[in-house]
Every structure is written in C-alpha cells, then in structure tokens.
Ligand binder design. Structure first.
Ligand SMILES: [Fe+2]
Ligand SMILES: [Fe+2]
Length: 303
C-alpha cells in the first residue's frame, strides 16, 4: 500500500491538471446579481418570523436550512484539507480556491433567504453559531479516505442543492440553487478524477478507503441542530434519500465510473473490502426502493 504522503506527492501533477481544468471551466459569478433585492425590506425591531411570511413547504424549508448551514460550515474544513494535502503546490492552491467558492455559496443562499424571509432569521443565525462553534468537521484517517469522502460529499451536495432548487417556485431561487449546484459539480469532478488517478497508483489502498467511507458516510450537515428531523423531511420530499444516494452516487460513481468490480491485482484485504462494499451498495439499493415504495403509498393514502 502507498503511504498517504507518497500518494499526495505522486498525484500532485494530476491535482495541478485538474485544478487547471477547474479554473478553465469556472465562470466568475456574483451573489449580488442573483439575489432578488427588490423583495427585501427592513426588519422591524419587534419582528417575529412566521411561516406565513412566505408559502413554502416544511420539507423545502428544511432543505434550505440544512443546505445553508452546511455551506456556512464548509470553509472550516480548510484546516483538515490543508493538513491532509499540504499548503504548497497545486494542492494548496486548490484548497484555498475551494474554500473561497464554498464561502460564496453561503453568501448567496443567506442573502436570498433573508430577502425572501423563507426561514426564520433568528433561528438560522442561532443555528449557524451553534454549528460553527461545535466544530463538526470530518477528519478522514488517511488521504485515501479524504479523497473518497470529498468525492461522495461534493456530489451529494450538488444533488441536494439541485433538487431543492427544483422545488422552489421563484426564478431567483431556481437560478441561485442551480448556480451553486454547478460549482459543486466542478468540485465533484475534481475529486472524482483524483480518485480515479489514486486507484491507478494504489488500487488496494483506495478500495479499502472507499469501502470505509461508503460504510460510514454522513452528509456534511451532520452536527446541525435537529439534523435528524430535517434529514427526514428532506428524504420525504425526495431531495435526498437512500434511493438517491444509491442510484445517483453509489452505482454511477463507485461501481461504474471507478469500476470497483473490475479492478485487478488487489490484496486479500482489499478483495474483502470490495466484496463488503458491493454487498453494502446492494443493501442500500434495496433499502432505498423500500423507502420510496412506502413514501409513495403514504402519498397515495393522503390524497
Ligand atoms: Fe458549496
Ligand atoms: Fe463544494
């Protein structure tokens, strides 16, 4: 198995190439141009938010709440990422660029939510304080694990933003979530292709790490106040659930793109990890289908 330090060094030219591609495909954009400021007005000192301020389902409100608090917290991942990748070379440039982009996501979503009054601003600010203060940041054991986790996390975040945006009825909201999701897509592509390169350098080490990360995967919103309740609401709305996780992440990326099942020359430990991984993906798929069937039944019963 390749050590983490050796893997980082070996993949530096790949990181440089992927960073260049990221920059070449990124188009500069500005939060202030997307926010519908004309809908805004001052908050009176005795203002108390009410869900009647804007027509929006509980589920979509939960998704916006979790999506924003996730974005608020992401820049604090910087310490972990810089420690893992190093501050120099293309790795450091990427970590700083990524952090700046994640910061822009929270700026645009917060401004949108403040102007439209979609969420209680007091609850939101208290939750942001709690979220950042609790310091919930993933600490992957190895760079192998770090690569696998961020690839899955960026894609999960892209899907969550995209699906939330589709459920908003105003054009500004649709545009904002689509813009943020397109950034997440580029983050995902960077990490997805980094994992592909890492699989060539150290297939056994990467398979073991991917298995561990799929087994323990948690959305980056973990740690948010009442996360479980919000996650359930998000799943109810089909924004992010087991079926989405299986059909849009695990199968197309882990099985198809990374071709886990057809890797050759794995160590016995990696073979066992691969076996467990493929079985787990099958189980998650089954759970996802069961969940969707139950949800459809409940929806039908409610009509
Ligand atoms: Fe983001
Ligand atoms: Fe991202």
């Amino acid at each position: 198995m390749t050590s983490g330090v050796a893997l980082i060094a070996e993949l530096e030219p790949t990181a440089a190439r992927l960073l260049e591609r990221h920059l070449a495909t990124s188009k500069e954009w500005f939060p202030h141009q997307l926010v519908p400021w004309s809908q805004g007005r001052d908050f009176e000192p005795d203002y108390a938010w009410s869900p009647d301020d804007v027509q929006l389902s509980t589920e979509v409100r939960s998704a916006l709440f979790v999506n924003l608090l996730t974005e608020d917290n992401l820049p604090y991942y910087f310490r972990t990422i810089e420690r893992m990748f190093g501050a120099d070379t293309a790795w450091g440039t990427w970590a700083r660029r990524w952090t700046a982009e994640e910061g822009r996501h929270s700026i645009v979503i917060r401004d949108y939510l403040t102007v439209t009054r979609a969420i209680d601003p007091v609850q939101l600010e208290r939750a942001r304080m709690a979220q950042v203060e609790c310091g919930e940041v993933p600490e992957p054991e190895t760079p192998h694990d770090g690569f696998a986790y961020v690839a899955l996390q960026e894609l999960a975040t892209r899907i969550a933003h995209h699906n939330t945006g589709k459920l908003l009825s105003d054009k500004a909201g649709n545009d904002i979530m689509r813009k943020v999701a397109s950034d997440e897509n580029r983050h995902y592509l960077f990490y997805r292709d980094l994992v592909t390169a890492a699989l060539e350098v150290d297939p056994s080490g990467m398979v073991i790490a991917i298995e561990r990360q799929v087994r323990t995967f948690e959305m980056p919103g973990t740690g948010i106040l009442d996360f479980e309740t919000h996650a359930k609401a998000i799943a109810r709305a089909g924004i992010y659930d087991f079926a989405v996780h299986h059909d849009q992440i695990l199968v197309p990326v882990v099985l198809r793109h990374w071709g886990i099942e057809s890797l050759e020359g794995l160590t016995p430990e990696a073979e066992m990890a691969r076996d467990a991984l493929v079985k787990r993906i099958g189980r998650i798929g089954k759970a996802g289908r069961r969940f969707v069937a139950r949800r459809d039944e409940q929806l039908l019963a409610a009509v």
